[in-house]
Design a protein around this ligand. Structure first.
Ligand SMILES: *Cc1c(COP(=O)(O)O)cnc(C)c1O
Length: 422
């Protein structure tokens, strides 16, 4: 599907007068409409709820916006819990799906009344000792082997560090029950960024059958099944986006086939989507500041991998629109690069784009999830601002850009840098 930025060149020129590039910008309208489509797709399930994966876009303004749409949050660290608490999420608004969990994080999650999702059977005693076993508890399942849909291998759970084997799930539920837990949840995350309407229904089929078996073998009361994240988006224009209404119906069908006949028709479905909720509704806006003609043609921009790491880290494709040149022919082949002293700092390699002139604004698509949040500070480069394009067309800063003072803040215990002038 053709990718069109949700902002125009004229809008960006206006915004850049107040907020210099680079910056991330998010589309409130797109986020809200998508969240509503998701909710509607699962409205057949009484207890349905989306717990937004905070790690995708950890910004309190975004969390509040999703809160208004009825979402909870999925956290996996102390600071994610702290941010969620400050935004007013509590108790069953919070899912805590962590792994290799430090004691302090279990304590905090328990104190907030969050649903705790145990990644491993050995965490039962650890949780008991650090925070106590809550009334409702969730366990994460890993079926091992390869995860197939039809004949396609989707991912390799047998190689993934997460979750418990089926035998461990049975054992864990029995033990937790004997330790006082009353209600149970089942969680699993088997494939990342799936562009297929079949992923959730296939996963749901596996988890529903497991739920029936667990109930039979352990006699516990299952309260929810958490399909976790993994519903993805097409980063390239040659693919079509997932249809969440079809996905919701696919899960519904499995539910009616497996859960209802087992007398488990009141079990709630939870999701923990990150990418699907935010990725298409955020873009990284950057300006062309240098061009270079050596063995290849290079366009140097004022953003770098610090602002969006996915291309450098995974070789991920992010579509680029040169704003104002949407209808010009893509007859120039460029590497679009940032300024890090690191040759993988390239937003695009051998990309056909319209002729780029210095000062042109580039809109890097689908940066709304796992974009800003993955940022780092290599080369002492600073993180950008985040802006929200509101439904009324106005722009709100939802995170200021980092300054050198922020970068040096962790030396504030000593006075070596006291003479730095800001
Ligand atoms: C990362 C993550 C998610 C969100 O994944 P997406 O691919 O962004 O949907 C959900 N749950 C857990 C436990 C995760 O680690």
């Amino acid at each position: 599907m053709k990718k069109t930025p949700f902002v125009t060149k004229e809008q960006i020129e206006e915004i850049a007068k107040t907020y210099p590039t680079p910056f991330h910008i998010y589309d409130e309208k797109g986020i809200r409409e998508n969240a509503r489509r998701l909710k509607k797709a699962f409205s057949w399930n009484k207890g349905y709820r989306e717990y937004f994966a905070v790690k995708a876009t950890p910004n309190p303004f975004i969390l509040k916006l999703l809160q208004e749409e009825g979402c909870g949050v999925d956290c996996s660290s102390l600071t994610e819990l702290m941010m969620s608490e400050a935004c007013g999420f509590k108790n069953d608004d919070i899912m805590f799906s962590s792994n290799v969990t430090p004691a302090a994080e279990y304590k905090k999650a328990k104190e907030l009344g969050a649903y705790i999702n145990l990644d491993d059977i050995t965490h039962i005693d650890f949780l008991d000792e650090t925070a106590g076993i809550p009334e409702t508890i969730c366990c994460r399942y890993n079926p091992g082997g390869v995860f197939k849909m039809g004949t396609d291998i989707m991912d390799n759970p047998g190689d993934a560090k997460y979750g418990m084997t089926k035998e461990q799930m049975i054992e864990a539920f029995k033990r937790l029950k004997s330790m006082g837990a009353k209600y149970f949840g089942i969680h699993s995350f088997l494939a990342s960024n799936t562009v297929s309407n079949d992923y959730y229904p296939t996963l749901a089929g596996i988890l529903f059958e497991l739920a029936v078996e667990l109930k039979e073998k352990t006699g516990v009361e299952i309260k929810f099944i958490n399909l976790s994240g993994g519903v993805g988006i097409p980063y390239t224009e040659d693919k079509e986006p997932n249809d969440i209404a079809i996905i919701g119906e696919g899960v519904h069908k499995k539910f009616d086939e497996i859960m209802v006949p087992a007398g488990m028709g009141d079990v709630a479905i939870f999701t923990e989507l990150g990418r699907f909720m935010l990725a298409p509704y955020g873009g990284l806006v950057t300006k062309a500041i240098h061009e270079k003609h050596i063995y290849k043609e290079y366009i140097g921009v004022d953003a770098c991998a610090v602002n969006l790491m996915r291309p450098a880290m995974y070789g991920a494709y992010h579509h680029i629109t040169v704003l104002g040149k949407e209808n010009e022919p893509c007859d120039h082949k460029y590497d679009v690069t940032g300024s890090l002293c690191e040759n993988n700092d390239k937003f695009a390699i051998d990309r056909m784009l319209p002729k780029i002139d210095m000062g042109d604004y580039l809109f890097i698509h689908d940066a709304g999830a796992h974009g800003f949040s993955m940022g780092y500070n290599y080369n002492g480069k600073l993180k950008s601002a985040e802006l929200l394009l509101k439904e009324d067309g106005s722009v709100q800063m939802i995170r200021r850009a980092e300054t050198p003072k922020d970068y040096f803040a962790t030396f504030d215990f000593c006075d070596i840098l006291k003479d730095v002038k800001y």
